[in-house]
Design a protein around this ligand. Structure first.
Ligand code: FES
Length: 371
């Protein structure tokens, strides 16, 4: 393949079906239906092609990947290729015996989401009674069967005050790593921002609590956390740079540079049903649209950090500034930085908005750009 370096990671969204319906789900608002999902044979070919392309690790995700009956077969094919497998799961679908079968197939790592430290609010956000206790039982099986465990906690207004206790819970669950993931406002989270957005003093306190826990739990559990974009001063290199380190295959086989890329109008996505993964990585128009730094406009093109932030997030630029080519509004050099801050401040004081839960049915109204 020409001089484009191979991707390191691949997110395989095996299905969008999920027993939970979290209102901040990172899946698109329009979800792929079961009838359109890739078959077992198609997925196995995708993993063969991922190996040939040079992919080193695969994140088996969803929706809930446990809803695919062929998950063991998929894990086994990746293991055969020496690809590191990370199962990203809600933990409510996979029982002890199935986890053992996945281990026998060669599964390397488990990443489990939790919603909160308290049962009531955790189940409320998940949209499923009993979810939290099932997750705790699943974590026990993960630990007993010797898998390394990462816990992912999405932080929002409804649970931010209990972050310290949630961090301690993750440590008790035996997690080696905790992702403190402040909500990213795309897709479902964008629709729900009036009920999810925390106020700045809460975020400030959460960052302090996290820093204290990072020091206290050093050597026992690694805690990953970054300042949420709405309150940041500089952007992050989203996806490690567009078309640079990772790709995302949807349940129906569309290959995306990031999970929210389909929100950008005019991009042409190729699917694994029509092209090989290597062809898509090198030549698909969507991957080349924002690859490298040549496309970057002022004020970013002359900025000293453009090689590290790589332009930040295109999907956020579109959602806030109305143009995917614009500077990421998370950056204080963006003309839309204050718009982003004002949105956050306004959303953070909203009350009385019930969650709009993730559902397979298309909502009547999609999120609208505010720029
Ligand atoms: Fe698409 Fe950041 S989520 S570039």
């Amino acid at each position: 393949m020409n001089d484009i370096p191979a991707p390191i990671g691949m997110l395989a969204e095996l299905t969008h079906r999920c027993p939970l319906s979290c209102p901040y789900c990172s899946n698109p608002v329009e979800l792929d239906a079961r009838q359109g999902e890739l078959s077992t044979a198609e997925w196995l070919r995708v993993f063969d092609e991922a190996k040939a392309l040079g992919v080193l690790q695969v994140h088996l995700s969803g929706g809930e990947p446990g809803l695919r009956r062929d998950l063991e077969e998929i894990v086994a094919r990746c293991a055969e290729h020496g690809i590191y497998t990370n199962l990203i799961t809600s933990g409510v679908q996979i029982d002890e015996a199935r986890l053992a079968r996945l281990g026998d197939a060669g599964l390397d790592h488990v990443q489990l989401s939790i919603q909160d430290v308290e049962i009531g609010p955790a189940d409320e956000v998940a949209g499923m009674k009993g979810a939290h206790l099932r997750k705790m039982a699943f974590a026990r099986h993960v630990r007993e069967q010797g898998f390394p465990l990462t816990v992912n906690l999405v932080v929002h207004r409804g649970n931010i005050a209990r972050l310290g206790r949630a961090i301690d819970l993750a440590a008790e669950m035996g997690a080696k790593r905790l992702e403190v993931a402040h909500v990213q406002y795309y897709g479902w989270a964008f629709v729900n921002r009036a009920s999810l957005m925390p106020e700045w003093p809460q975020v400030e306190e959460a960052l302090k609590v996290t820093a204290e826990a990072q020091a206290r739990l050093k050597g026992r559990m690694v805690i990953d956390s970054v300042t949420p974009d709405y309150y940041a001063r500089r952007p992050k290199a989203c996806m490690g740079g567009w078309g640079s380190r990772a790709l995302n295959v949807t349940p129906a086989g569309k290959v995306l540079p990031c999970h929210a890329a389909e929100t950008i109008p005019g991009l042409e996505f190729w699917t694994v049903r029509d092209h090989s993964l290597a062809d898509i990585w090198a030549n698909a128009p969507a991957f080349n649209a924002f690859r490298g730094t040549d496309w970057i406009e002022e004020p970013c093109s002359s900025c000293e950090i453009k090689a590290s932030c790589r332009g930040g997030c295109r999907c956020q630029a579109l959602a806030i500034a109305g143009r995917a080519e614009a500077a990421d509004p998370a950056c204080e050099k963006s003309a839309y930085h204050e718009v982003l801050r004002d949105m956050a401040r306004e959303d953070a004081v909203q009350r009385g908005h019930p969650y709009r839960y993730r559902t397979m049915k298309t909502p009547t109204r999609d999120p609208e750009p505010v720029g």
